[in-house]
Ligand binder design. Structure first.
Ligand SMILES: Cc1cc2nc3c(=O)[nH]c(=O)nc-3n(C[C@H](O)[C@H](O)[C@H](O)COP(=O)(O)OP(=O)(O)OC[C@H]3O[C@@H](n4cnc5c(N)ncnc54)[C@H](O)[C@@H]3O)c2cc1C
Length: 349
């Protein structure tokens, strides 16, 4: 078997990249271990243009959000699966000072695309928001797990999917490219998420994995139809089911759901919701975050035709469509990589 690209990892990064390469008539083989606790399979899929403690619009917000809002609905049609849910996001103020500061900040014209100045006054009847809130536009959530199942099915039907643990020891450089067992390929693109730490060629890069935990809860009385965000967020899933998260733990890098995280989320929910709720699930996974919080893209410094497409951190949903298009432009020599994305900003160990 001969292909143009072997792609390792079917998270949101590898899936969107593979799909876009197929659209360019490239022959690919996508290899994934279908690990249920991967970052993409656990992620809540929130996308939100204004983030962080300082509430600034995210890096490349205009480019990322314009593309994401047009890209995912097209994939829904292609895969005949609904997973993309644009929703208003209500940001709850934590103090009077924060409310004053943010009202002043968001009245600036640069925020006009993200803030709804005509928000409905009483849309959060079941939420305790004594200090008021702001309504953000262009936010929503993507059911990433559902998207990946639909993509896997599509790749299987297309005949380009192999479910197995990629064995780095089986990969050899040849005169024409690379060989993996009996498969010949011109190039290999690694999209292993946090699994990239074990990659013999790219594992030296400064990944800084962060554990995250999410709970799913049931509340028949909560009539919330938007996303609520403060210290944590609540995302309505339909049928009285909601997700709440996500914690950030920089020290305990494992996938074991912890008592501490569930207590933290439970405490915040009790303070924020007016009604009762029942926790029905609790998940933990590891985000493929990097030292400078920027993705890691590009060709290996010394091994030709070995590439990395990783480091999507906590923003895989908003980043993946833009990065895939930018990366393919780079593969086809149509554009240079944005220096902030190029992994070579970190020296080879
Ligand atoms: C709790 C939590 C909440 C999150 N919430 C959000 C959110 O609300 N919004 C958002 O945008 N992002 C969120 N994220 C981050 C998001 O999950 C990541 O940005 C994104 O999923 C990374 O995708 P990826 O494809 O790069 O990596 P991954 O999802 O990790 O995919 C890599 C794939 O490669 C496979 N793999 C690795 N090594 C090998 C190997 N050797 N052989 C075969 N297969 C291999 C893995 O099993 C996996 O299937 C969250 C993450 C966590 C943990």
């Amino acid at each position: 078997m001969t292909v143009d690209y072997i792609i390792v990892g079917q998270g949101i990064a590898g899936s969107i990249l593979s799909y876009e390469l197929l659209k360019k008539n490239k022959k690919i083989l996508l290899i994934d271990n279908n690990y249920p606790n991967s970052s993409s399979r656990v992620a809540a899929g929130l996308f939100n243009p204004v983030t962080g403690r300082r509430m600034v619009h995210t890096w490349l917000a205009h480019e990322l959000f314009a593309l994401a809002h047009s890209y995912y609905p097209k994939i829904e049609l292609k895969l005949k699966t609904q997973f993309f849910h644009p929703l208003p996001l209500h940001y709850l103020f934590s103090s009077i000072k924060e409310s004053n500061d943010l009202y002043a900040k968001f009245s600036e014209p640069e925020f006009a695309d993200w803030i709804n100045q005509n928000q409905t006054a009483n849309c959060l009847t079941d939420i305790h928001a004594p200090l008021g809130f702001l309504e953000l536009k262009q936010a929503g959530w993507c059911n990433v797990n559902k998207l990946l199942v639909a993509f896997k099915n599509y790749f299987e039907i297309t005949g380009c999917y192999l479910q197995e643990q990629f064995n780095y020891e089986k990969l050899y450089q040849t005169v024409r490219g690379w060989e993996y067992g009996h498969i010949k390929t011109a190039a290999v693109i690694f999209c292993e998420g946090v699994g990239g730490l074990n990659n013999p060629w790219f594992g030296y890069l400064p990944f800084k994995p962060v554990k995250g935990e999410i709970i799913t809860f049931k509340s028949n009385k909560l009539s919330l139809t938007s996303i609520v965000k403060q210290h944590y967020w609540i995302i309505p899933q339909g049928n009285g089911i909601f997700k709440c998260g996500a914690t950030f733990d920089f020290n305990q890098i494992n996938e074991t759901p912890s008592k501490q995280a569930v207590n933290e989320l439970f405490k915040w929910l009790t303070k924020t919701l007016r009604g009762s709720f029942e926790v029905i699930n609790h998940q933990a996974a590891i985000r493929p975050t990097t030292l400078d919080r920027r993705p890691l893209l590009g060709e290996h410094a010394t091994c030709k035709n070995l590439f990395i497409f990783n480091g999507l951190g906590s923003k895989g949903v908003s980043l993946a469509p833009y990065l895939a298009s930018h990366f393919i432009g780079y593969l086809f020599s149509e554009n240079e990589l944005i220096p902030e994305l190029n992994h070579r900003r970190f020296p080879l160990a």
